[in-house]
Design a protein around this ligand. Structure first.
Ligand SMILES: O=C(CO)[C@H](O)[C@H](O)COP(=O)(O)O
Ligand SMILES: [Fe+2]
Length: 215
């Protein structure tokens, strides 16, 4: 059974407490927090104060996805704001090994996200240090985009590497995840499904989470 990380990017920001409480009452395993800086991605979402506000009401661990340039500048702040896991982008980190060690020192679970054009083999020499690899199944920056089909084979390749070397990181997929692709993603080796629109645009988000979980 997969774990589900609903993305609050698709929540109603004017009713964030209500939506976080809905997630608390659901079978979601994490709350996915999408931070966008308008530089690494062409969109601005929210930052540290909103993360802190979500944390205040959250009963699930915060899975913080940092779509920002030079993330090292803000890692300690997001940890303080409640992040259980801190995921940085491979494409934003020229000194990725140092960044990952820093996340560990802060006491958070280190994750690395890969844009659709970045191959899973790029992470080969750091895989043993990671708790999470996030494979983007859309170009980062916006919710509600169409799932990129090439994701299946990327997940399968990463899963084979994990099995071959006995690594323990989890595989997360983010972007355009819904009931049409969840089952195949899980079959290829995904542990955590991020879902924004397919959860929050559903007439019954709690049931949508449950259905994804049982895919
Ligand atoms: O990181 C993201 C976008 O960059 C979001 O987590 C992702 O897009 C989730 O939203 P949706 O399920 O609507 O695609
Ligand atoms: Fe995300």
């Amino acid at each position: 059974m997969a774990e589900i990380a609903p993305s609050i990017l698709a929540a109603d920001f004017a009713n964030l407490q209500r939506d976080v409480e809905m997630l608390n009452a659901s079978s979601a395993d994490y709350i996915h927090v999408d931070v966008m800086d308008g530089m690494f991605v062409p969109n601005i979402s929210f930052g540290i104060p909103v993360c802190k506000a979500v944390y205040k009401h959250a009963k699930k661990p915060l899975d913080v996805h940092l779509m920002i340039e030079q993330p090292d500048r803000y890692l300690a702040d997001f940890k303080k704001a409640g992040a259980a896991g801190l995921t940085v982008h491979f494409e934003a980190c020229p000194n990725l090994h140092r960044t990952i060690q820093y996340i560990k020192e802060l006491g958070a679970a280190p994750g690395v996200a890969l844009n659709p054009h970045t191959s899973v083999e790029s992470l080969f020499d750091i895989l043993s240090d990671l708790s999470l690899v996030l494979i983007m199944s859309v170009n980062p920056g916006f919710g509600g985009q169409e799932f990129i089909e090439n994701t299946y084979q990327k997940v399968a390749r990463l899963n084979r590497l994990r099995e071959k070397f006995g690594y323990s990181f989890k595989i997360e997929v983010d972007g355009g995840v819904n009931l049409d692709n969840a089952q195949l993603l899980i079959r290829e080796g995904v542990d955590i499904l991020v879902a924004g629109s397919s959860v929050f645009n559903s007439p019954d988000p709690v049931q949508a989470i449950e259905l994804l979980k049982n895919s």
